[in-house]
Design a protein around this ligand. Sequence first.
Ligand SMILES: *Cc1c(COP(=O)(O)O)cnc(C)c1O
Length: 341
Amino acid sequence: MPTFLDFRSDTVTRPTPAMRKAMFEAEVGDDVFGDDPTIRHLEERVAELLGKERALFVPSGTMANQIAVNCHTSPGDELYCHSGAHVLNFEGGAMAMLSGVSAATIENSHGSFSAADVEPILRPNDHHYAPSRLIWVENSANRSGGTIFPQESVNSLRELADRKGLAMHLDGARIWNVAIATGKSEKELAAPFDSISVCLSKGLGCPVGSLVAGSAGFIDKAHRARKRFGGGMRQAGFLAAAGLYALENHRARLADDHRRAKRIALAVAEMKAFRIDLEKIETNIVLFDAAPMQGSEAVAKLREQGLLATSFGSKVRMVCHLDVDDAAVDKAIGILQKTFK
Ligand SMILES: *Cc1c(COP(=O)(O)O)cnc(C)c1O
């Protein structure tokens, strides 16, 4: 949609000419036989970046998450996550369908929680209850507006998990943004977790691809789960080449997306029609409240002016990414001001 300014999501990016060239030139083989050198290279690179023994390439973040749920749990188990977690809300109920797992949730507006929130809702070891099995952290927290999960809270959860014999997973679809925003390495952010899922198709700008990483034993199990979920791919090295290119060339530039998100947030804060918590604009997502207007009404008005955003309830969401530059942000701010002055 070249005539629209598209701020709906960081998934709308199209591969750049240089990325397409890297894809075109990729060496490939049948990855179900373990023969694709580019996929092997990507898996090794991502495992190294995340400080885990091994990583596995999969088609989507949803599959990466669902493989992780499946490998850490048995049917009937319970996991603990934020009420807005992607794994619970935006994956079609897959954890119930594919793994027979239920969730107990922690609710707040910022997407993070600590051991003090989880410990009281863990189940006693008694046959009346579902077995408590897995703590699930999302960083950055998509639904809360790309907020950063404090590492001290993660450390408190690890201590609790060790004490209670629970596993910990990190949904790190946007862990690259968190690393850039905090100055902590991906490896440091992932260290307290048994496993982590990451996306190449969000801020990094790839057309397809996610990985799940963990110990060698975990990835052995994950490999079988990937096959069962229909995620074994053949000459997918073309897609892995986009990932390798993006890890090299599109990580540092995420700082530009964060800077642009702040600019939009500052402009929104000046406008009477909206409320925004500037402190919570920490990465590439701008979330603001249009109440008493419905978010969908605000989004429809913006669309008429050529600006695309998304909404839920009274909230409007705009996401900065590789395909919107400073000029596009200037135009977007102009449209917001003109439409809602
Ligand atoms: C996008 C996203 C996913 C899922 O990725 P898909 O590739 O769209 O399936 C998982 N978790 C979070 C936090 C996301 O933002």
